[in-house]
Design a binder for this molecule. Structure first.
Ligand code: ZN
Length: 300
């Protein structure tokens, strides 16, 4: 199965609720096969995406649509809303028009992310980051595509755009942007994988340049660097970082701007003199604080 399939399978396990279930469903409806009073339907190769669509249809509007299968070599999974009154109800609820995304449905940040996840599920493609950094949205060449690009820009995502037949391809090649996008749609497992791959590539390049025998230590170094970077991001996001003692904050900043550096390199770059073990101790401390916080968050 493809890398996209794996990521989508992870995303389909997230059950959007409350306001977000409408937002996610809206994202799926807008870019699926048809969304109008005459036809509301999805056709996809991914069974799990189709069943997420029918699940949301049921949760949001209490409408049941069976999943049908067709195709010989490659299965296609389809579902459509049968009754015209039901279709009208959905289109009216979302205040749908064919030129612009209805901002009212995605006012809140949580809903923006759920909406983006919905769009990614129906028309997103992600390449295995071990091979290349690339995320694409394959969209109809229509004003709604421009509206989607505007929406991405508001989230500080700046895709490139190209044409393929009668489709527009809205795509990302920049690994930092892809990381942000994956975080927003809550593909946390893959965000982490992408981060590890980036750090791994950086370290491997450096080792290759030095041409020494550090190779054996790469995976250990990567694992530690990823763990520290994640901990620091978490502490920053929760606002806890800046409540910590200054020496921990500066250790965190040092690691943050040098995610793939070894301890020795970090020591060299440190503005105040510090030993390798002293720095290691501070980084370990940051990881421990983040872990403790994550645990207590889980318990609440
Ligand atoms: Zn929401």
């Amino acid at each position: 199965m493809s890398f996209s399939y794996d990521v989508k399978s992870e995303l389909c396990k997230i059950r959007s609720s409350g306001c977000c279930k409408f937002a996610q469903f809206y994202g799926m409806l807008l870019f699926s096969r048809a969304f109008s009073v005459d036809c509301v339907s999805i056709a996809t190769e991914h069974e799990i995406v189709c069943s997420t669509y029918t699940h949301l249809l049921n949760r949001c509007f209490n409408i049941h649509a069976p999943v049908e299968t067709s195709g010989q070599k490659r299965n296609t999974f389809k579902a459509s809303v049968q009754g015209k009154i039901d279709r009208k109800r959905i289109v009216t609820y979302f205040g749908h028009n064919t030129t612009e995304i209805n901002d009212e449905i995605i006012k809140r940040d949580c809903c923006k992310e759920a909406f983006l996840r919905g769009v990614f599920l129906v028309c997103g493609i992600i390449v295995d980051p071990n091979k290349d950094y690339c995320v694409e949205f394959v969209l109809p060449d229509s004003p709604i595509c421009d509206s989607f690009v505007k929406f991405l820009n508001e989230l500080n995502l700046t895709p490139r755009i190209s044409k393929r037949g009668n489709r527009k391809i809205v795509y990302f090649k920049d690994s930092d942007q892809i990381e942000v996008l994956l975080t927003k749609i809550k593909a946390s497992h893959y965000t982490l994988e992408l981060m590890s791959i980036k750090i791994y590539k950086d370290i491997r390049n450096k080792v290759n340049r030095k041409n020494n025998c550090e190779t054996a230590n790469i995976s250990k170094t990567v694992a530690a660097a990823v763990e520290q970077t994640r901990a620091i991001e978490y502490l920053e996001d929760t606002g806890l970082l800046y409540m910590l003692p200054a020496e921990l904050v500066s250790a965190a900043m040092l690691r943050k701007i040098n995610p793939s550096s070894s301890l020795n390199e970090l020591c060299e770059r440190s503005s105040d003199p510090i030993t390798r073990s002293g720095l290691n101790h501070r980084l370990q401390k940051l990881v421990a604080i983040a872990k403790e916080e994550m645990e207590s968050e889980k318990e609440e």
